[in-house]
Design a protein. Structure first.
Length: 330
């Protein structure tokens, strides 16, 4: 029995890849994916218990039972591989008190012995810009890119920037799994079959096609979105100390009326954000020749690019990737 562990890097086609795995009938997919398609018990075991619950509360037996049932279903349905794809796996900060190393130890215990680890990496400069636009469009972040980069540098390994330490993330995975495959996001953009070819080399065959990744707002729309957010201020952004993930929204829905006040408030915020996004798209149609300012001051640029080059150099040297081909700074 084979296993496939997809360490879903944010803004690197993870949603499209998860959707591909869900649609493929040759394999059994666990994990949240792009929509709520699994039972609440399975979602809890995988997303909360396995990846977030601190060691002293961890119910290893519950998680093992879920994976045992998954194996039985695989045999029954003559499926070839057990796939777990999650964007929470690579978080280098302690997620719910559980370190990345500890998450990999737990995954090693429940995944099949013959498991391939898949990572899709992206040019860190483009990666961070994409995440900045996402935070602006969906979280209401009303600050300049320059200040956003400074914040990420200030937080270091505790920030989103910490997930760009691809080599460090891959090295920890290599300690527990012998077959680690790394594909460049830019290669998948050029050739979607690169994913299928890489997995076929490990004996995992995918029959479905990879869908097109949602690119989010255009540069022009992002420019207008930032201006609209600055005009709206806290009326849209709300309490910046409270933020919700998709799984939180599902929990609110499933436990009404306990979380009704929080749910309604978040629904209002999401509706307002959607209105702003639609308005920014219309403004971009009328004024398309504008874009965000990605300029950094000399000191910030030097610190940021020193980090980026270090990450890229380690990745290229350790895993033999031709990063220069795709414009990575070395």
């Amino acid at each position: 029995m084979k296993g496939l562990l997809h360490i879903g890097m944010p803004k690197s086609m993870s949603t499209s890849i998860q959707d591909l795995f869900f649609r493929d009938k040759n394999n059994l997919m666990l994990g949240m994916g792009p929509s709520k398609r699994l039972s609440k018990a399975v979602l809890y075991a995988v997303e909360t218990e396995l990846l977030q619950t601190p060691t002293h509360h961890y119910n290893e037996e519950l998680v093992q039972n879920v994976f045992d049932i998954a194996r039985e279903n695989m045999v029954k349905n003559k499926q070839q591989a057990l796939i777990l794809s999650e964007e929470r796996i690579p978080a280098t900060y302690a997620l719910g008190g559980v370190s990345y190393e500890e998450r990999m130890v737990r995954l090693k215990k429940v995944m099949p012995e013959d498991t391939t680890v898949l990572m899709v990496v992206r040019n860190p400069v483009k990666y961070l810009r994409s995440y900045y636009r996402y935070r602006m469009a969906y979280r209401g972040l009303p600050i300049d890119y320059a200040d956003f980069v400074k914040y990420e540098l200030l937080k270091g390994g505790r920030s989103f920037l910490g997930t760009t330490d691809y080599c460090g993330i891959a090295n920890v995975a290599s300690k527990h799994f012998s077959d680690v495959k790394i594909i460049c996001f830019e290669e998948l953009v050029e050739n979607q079959m690169a994913l299928h070819e890489a997995l076929a080399a490990s004996g995992i065959y995918i029959t479905e096609s990879l869908g097109k990744e949602n690119a989010g707002l255009s540069e022009a729309a992002s420019y207008h979105m930032l201006n609209l957010l600055r005009e709206q201020g806290n009326a849209i952004n709300g309490n910046s100390f409270i933020s919700y993930e998709p799984c939180d929204i599902y929990t609110m829905e499933d436990n009404s009326p306990m979380f009704e006040s929080l749910f309604l408030r978040e629904q209002m915020r999401l509706s307002a954000m959607n209105t702003l996004r639609n308005a920014s798209v219309r403004l971009a149609q009328a004024q398309p020749d504008v874009q965000l300012d990605y300029t950094l001051d000399a000191q910030t640029e030097d610190m940021f690019m020193t980090f980026v080059k270090s990450v890229n150099q380690r990745l290229a040297a350790t895993y033999g990737l031709d990063l220069q081909k795709y414009g990575y700074d070395l």
